[in-house]
Design a protein around this ligand. Structure first.
Ligand SMILES: C[S@@+](CC[C@H](N)C(=O)[O-])C[C@H]1O[C@@H](n2cnc3c(N)ncnc32)[C@H](O)[C@@H]1O
Length: 274
């Protein structure tokens, strides 16, 4: 819990120093949620665990849920409330809480994007996702993969262990900004060369093709997010398989694990009917 609070405080420095609105494009949101679509959200009670500044919720509201609640442990909820207050919809709520102990009334859909790998105990976060799904409801998570992240694990993770102790502004402007320059140039070059035989073997090839559509500020946001957090783990497929297979409340015929951009996992399924 102590580590999670430090992590949430670090992320609040990231989220509360961004321009208003979602940091993600509509396409990014749709891709993160896939295989779920608007039809899985329309008219449903939805919960996001670890909602940050509400960037995913802003898009999700366009899918017309009956209601969406966002939960976050940090002061990022201040930005989330501001962002969501800018919308005409009133079918949302932001709650400040530790997701690992959060216990709601049971939602039709619970999702958690980019959070479990930052928790002191990721499995506790996964259990919280399932606990908050009502019988027959769905869940959907996204985490950093151990697979495909060799370069990040070798180069960025050791640096993160130092930068996460620095003042956030020093990490953002003194480390993340200069590092985002070669990252930006590499991704744009890889994407420009896509299609040439052998280029797909370059590190982070698929990820570069995905992120190269965004401008420099998004690269810096990603670099800062990587470097500001005191806690990150990279989760392998076998671990996710064991979480899914080992949970008595999950309908084992409903589960999926999908690699995203060659270096992360989307996974989900349904909770058993009562
Ligand atoms: C990388 S951000 C992801 C935010 C959002 N899901 C998104 O996709 O933009 C991770 C978020 O998890 C939150 N967080 C970390 N530990 C938490 C915990 N134990 N309970 C609730 N939120 C937590 C952080 O405060 C942070 O806002």
């Amino acid at each position: 819990m102590l580590t999670d609070q430090r992590t949430a405080d670090a992320f609040a420095n990231s989220w509360n120093n961004l321009p208003a609105g979602s940091v993600y494009t509509r396409d990014q949101f749709t891709d993160w949620m896939s295989p779920l679509t608007a039809a899985d959200v329309a008219g449903r009670q939805v919960l996001e665990l670890g909602c940050g500044n509400g960037s995913q919720m802003l898009h999700l509201l366009d899918w017309k849920p009956a209601f969406v609640e966002g939960v976050d442990l940090g002061d990022a909820i201040l930005s989330a409330c501001k962002n969501l207050a800018g919308r005409a919809d009133e079918n949302w709520k932001i709650t400040k809480s530790d997701m690992t102990t959060f216990c709601g009334p049971g939602h039709d859909l619970v999702y958690s994007i980019g959070v479990l790998h930052h928790l002191d105990c990721p499995k506790d976060g996964f259990d919280a996702v399932i606990r908050n799904v009502k019988p027959g409801g769905r869940f959907h998570c996204w985490v950093y993969a151990e697979e495909g992240n060799g370069v990040i694990i070798k180069l960025v993770d050791p640096l993160r262990k130092i930068t996460s102790h620095l003042p956030w502004w020093l990490t953002k402007y003194g480390v993340a900004t200069p590092l985002a320059v070669p990252f930006f140039l590499y991704a744009k070059t890889v994407a420009a060369l896509a299609g040439i035989s052998g280029v797909e073997k370059l590190p982070l090839y698929q990820y570069c093709c995905w992120i190269s559509n965004r401008d420099f500020r998004f690269f810096r946001h990603v670099a800062f997010d990587q470097l500001v957090t005191p806690q990150t783990v990279y989760i392998n497929k076998a671990t996710i398989e064991s979480w899914l297979a080992g949970h008595a409340d999950i309908d084992q015929h409903s589960t999926y694990i999908i690699m995203r951009n060659g270096n992360s996992w989307k996974f989900g399924g349904k909770r058993k009917e009562a």
